[in-house]
Design a protein around this ligand. Sequence first.
Ligand code: G6P
Ligand code: MG
Length: 219
Amino acid sequence: DKIGCLFDLDGVLVDTAVYHYKAWKALANRLGFDFTEAQNEHLKGVNRMRSLEMILDWGGVSKNEEEQLELAAGKNEEYVEMISKMTAEEVLPGTLQLLEQLKAAGIKIALGSASKNSGLILERTNLAHYFDAIVDGNHVTASKPDPEVFLKGAAAIGLEPAHCIVFEDAQAGVQAAINGGMKVVGVGQQNNLQGANIVVKDLSEISVTQIIDLVNDKV
Ligand code: G6P
Ligand code: MG
């Protein structure tokens, strides 16, 4: 049977998580508070407006809807300035090799990202051409851990969720994949990736054979 790979973007294929963190931290600091890297972990995979809500909550700051939209726009402006300078060097280890091998094996590849900036990032880093389908924050309304983004990704490549495997660096994303009935490869550290079928440090640690075995329940 055909299988498909659904990739998260930030923190899996490219190291944009550090730019999100910088921009959100600057916003919090402007409002007079700070948050930790451990707290930042909870923002990964979470969409822009929900991330802002969580940060304001941590700082005990309340803002009305209009102010929230303005704050989110300011953060995004700063973030876009940073990612506009990205290069192909910022593609994470093992990514190109794995994408090439998947293509050669006839395995479908889709993006499943919460980001509304995925187009710019994929262009800047030369990754766009690998994808059979791109589903990102511009196409979904529910934030991970809701499975919407991955279910739409699976549908876009014409596959059942059970025939798809998700690659995620965020706990919210791992949960989204599980909620959608998909297998999950966690990328990063085990303690931030509860429920993942396997955890790797980066994509250089996983092979096409392992991926096929995992989807076919041979692991
Ligand atoms: C990814 C990141 C999150 C980010 C979200 C929305 O999921 O892990 O940290 O908040 O995308 O990104 P955007 O580029 O639309 O603000
Ligand atoms: Mg991510």
